[in-house]
Ligand binder design. Sequence first.
Ligand code: ADP
Ligand code: MG
Length: 344
Amino acid sequence: MISRISKWLVLTGLACLLLSCGNVEPEIVQLQGTTMGTYYTITLVLDAKQQKTEDLSQSKLKFAIDKKLELVNAQMSTYIPDSELSLFNQSKQSFVVSKATAFVVNSALKIYKQSQGAYDITVGPLVNLWGFGPDKRPTKVPSAGLIARQKLRVGGQYLTVQGTTLQKAIPDLYIDLSSIAKGYGVDVISEYLQSLGINNYLVDIGGELRAQGMKPKNKRWTLAIERPTVGKNVEQVIHIGDNAIATSGDYRNYYEFNGIRYSHTIDPNTGKPITHKLASVTVINKSCMLADAYATAITVLGPKVGLDFAKKHQLAVFLIVKKGDKFIESYTDAFKMYLVQEDL
Ligand code: ADP
Ligand code: MG
């Protein structure tokens, strides 16, 4: 009899453990702030033990995250006059930067080569000329002469990285990492959370995101690709798994002169904003830095060459092309697995 009761106790004890009797529900924490001229929203899930850990309190986490993002800005921002990147831009020949900046520049140079110059971080002088950099917006469209003059300063072939030294072959070379630094920032924060033992999170900096794990109750992080219109309309619902996602498009950051739309993505070949009908490019990749840069690269390449490029490099890419007042979708085979078919 006694043994039967004790066996029963052990069994209910075990069941209790498995079902976590007196269980503390996982807690969702959301941290918000601003960085890199945009917002950030970090959503993370803390288990019972983590909820009691002083170092994982909301204020401590937010403080540490802000510090990490400030560091990325101090390294890679063209909006901060004494950032590493700005000091390199002001130098005439070479400048020693952090490992982080060298890593991002090296990664950008790889995509420069892969995209045969369509993606080019030395396009900065043209970005600024068209009013999408730290300088003021122009009051008229830049003249052909001005464009030609700035184009002379542009070219990834003039930039080399040796260890952590960035070198320029022409003194006026100027780098702009706006197309990649946000994605890199998302990776930095994701890896930081991971290092704290937080395995369930969604990091979002200005629409570049990285997801890991699940929400409580085994719910997946459900994301949406926006329809490239004014307002927030959903084009496609997706589940990205443990991956990052970045979108580039001409529908958020642009201005109009005399009815013509000027986008912040510059074709280094023409020295002008892109004019094709590719409205948005979404890339899913393990690395948010790469997703961010590839999304910009494909935006420059345009709908056809961009899609061919994505297929050639086996990238998971979703394109939205504007045709009249309709939007036409296309995507690579690698993207298919992330699409959520049914309405949620
Ligand atoms: P967002 O900032 O909206 O996420 P992107 O990631 O596409 O958009 O980055 C756009 C920025 O990239 C521009 O504002 C400009 O600073 C820079 N840029 C523009 N054209 C190019 C290009 N051809 N190659 C690399 N960077 C570019
Ligand atoms: Mg980008």
